[in-house]
Design a protein around this ligand. Structure first.
Ligand code: BGP
Length: 488
């Protein structure tokens, strides 16, 4: 049997996102964030505010990531006090960061991926100077991590933007947001760059094609691909600037990379699969190689894109601001057959796989497949920056959870990763598990879908003490890291 032991400099850690983890939504001068307006998936755990229209009418936004078409710039947020919003308090990392970092260090983490909340740094996105309290908070977090030799992996933008930019410019469809983003990224480089090597310009940037671009009123194909272009340019500009200001810095963007299989070997299914794969390769290829791929035009036609607004200098910007490594999240694989909707490729069932309680097919070998495919294609090191299992954890009277199902999931995925590294020789910088401390789910807006090595006493209605208690998987992961994978 080939060893599962990994190279000595392998980065082991966990990943979180500000909106799902921090809380403190109205502290430290934080401005209103587009996430604050998104609807929940479940209807049980509201995470949207209401908007007051100029005529006094109250409305709620239409769907996740997309504003109602008729929301005007002057709409004002309204906070209803008879509603509990899990994401407002989340699990209060804002006040628990010392405790949480200590718990992560206790497992042996040498890296921690977190996202900076854009509206903590620039509350509306249009200020000239960053908000000092926001900078202070992340400085405190990074300095606390340094005490344990844990380095940051910073996500500059995790599916969000200041609400003001969403309303005023119709989100990422506007080039104004590129400038606001680069100004924001520069503030992060100047303030945290002396202690941070690894950066991610965006989280799951390819989600733009499915869910729609953050904070955009409509989400036609035209809007989605215009937003994606502006995000490519913003990312490339930030990378070029980052390399200038921080010569040792390494940049990735992050993709949702569920492996995709054809439902059958029928030639039509196989060809559909090739085209469906390009729905996501489009993002990896453009940012990883620094230019649009040959199939871009066919893909734009598929999505009814008439013409993308591009500046003449964009070609050069994309070329100069290429990614240094390819980062991705991996939770599951999907299966597709000819005729599947382009916006929803992967809806077919795979009879060979079992599902999590949320219907996500569990497929560890798909992770090894994915790592190989990406490296074959782009020839740049990869970084697995999200992987984990969402489950309903039953805590005992002492808040202890025996999460053998999570241990099994992680063991199988980490073993597949080790095989890709040791047998297939795919260079991989590290692995950050989603999410080391229980936090609010992105897709459901609930606390009850839990991922952590550490249980947090909090439910969907806001009942709980926020007490942290390590689960069985905590000790297991500690041993995996202590042996650098050999114990797998
Ligand atoms: C990814 C997001 C994360 C995270 C994760 C798990 O798409 O980048 O923010 O939430 O998925 O998803 P969920 O919380 O919906 O189970």
């Amino acid at each position: 049997m080939t060893t599962k032991q990994l190279p000595a400099d392998f980065l082991w850690g966990g990943a979180t996102a500000d909106f799902q983890y921090e809380g403190g939504f109205n502290e430290g001068g934080r401005g209103v964030l587009s996430h604050d307006y998104e609807t929940d998936g479940s209807k049980n755990a509201p995470r949207h505010h209401t908007l007051r229209m100029p005529d006094g009418q109250l409305i709620t936004p239409k769907s996740s990531f997309i504003l109602a078409e008729d929301v005007p710039e002057e709409a004002q947020p309204v906070f209803l006090d008879n509603q509990y919003y899990p994401s407002h308090q989340a699990v209060d990392f804002y006040h628990h960061y010392k405790e949480d970092i200590k718990l992560m260090a206790g497992m042996g983490f040498n890296v921690f991926r977190f996202s900076v909340c854009w509206s903590r740094i620039f509350p509306t996105g249009e200020e000239n100077e960053p908000n000092a309290a926001g900078i202070q908070f992340y400085n405190d977090v990074i300095n606390e991590m340094a005490k344990y030799d844990m380095e940051p992996l910073i996500t500059i933008c995790h599916d969000e933007l200041p609400m003001h930019l969403a309303l005023k410019y119709n989100g990422w469809t506007s080039r104004h947001v590129i400038d606001a983003y680069v100004k924001y990224a520069k503030a992060l480089f100047e303030n945290f760059g002396d202690r941070c090597r690894y950066w991610l310009t965006f989280n799951e940037i390819n989600a733009v094609r499915g869910f729609g671009p953050t904070g955009v009123r409509k989400a036609s194909g035209q809007d989605r691909y215009q937003a994606a272009h502006n995000m490519f340019v913003a990312s490339a500009k930030a990378i070029t600037l980052g390399h200038q200001l921080m010569p040792k810095s390494q940049f990735g963007a992050m993709y949702a990379m569920s492996e995709l299989y054809p439902a059958t070997c029928k030639p039509e299914d196989m060809f559909h699969h090739l085209q469906a794969r390009r729905e996501n390769w489009y993002f990896v290829d453009t940012m990883g190689r620094g230019y649009y791929p040959n199939y871009a035009e066919e893909l734009w036609q598929r999505h009814g894109v008439e013409k993308l607004e591009m500046a003449p200098e964009d070609v050069d910007t994309l070329k100069r601001g290429q990614l240094d490594y390819i980062a991705f999240s991996y939770y599951r694989s999907n299966t597709t057959k000819s005729g599947d909707d382009w916006f929803n490729v992967g809806g077919s069932a795979n009879p060979y796989l079992e599902n999590t309680p949320w219907g996500w097919p569990v497929d560890p070998l798909g992770l090894r497949y994915c790592m190989n495919e990406i490296y074959d294609r782009i020839q740049k090191p990869i970084f697995i920056v999200e992987n984990g299992m969402g489950a309903v954890d039953e805590a005992d009277a002492n808040d202890y959870v025996e999460d053998d199902y999570r241990i099994n999931y992680l063991r199988d995925h980490l073993s597949a990763m080790a095989d890709a590294i040791n047998i297939d020789h795919v260079p991989c910088l590290g692995y950050t598990m989603w999410a080391p401390i229980d936090l609010v789910s992105l897709s459901t807006g609930e606390m009850k879908k839990r991922y952590g090595f550490v249980y947090v006493d909090m439910d969907d209605k806001g009942h709980g003490t926020l007490k942290r208690t390590p689960k069985k998987s905590y000790q297991w992961m500690k041993n995996v890291i202590a042996t650098n994978g050999a114990a797998l």
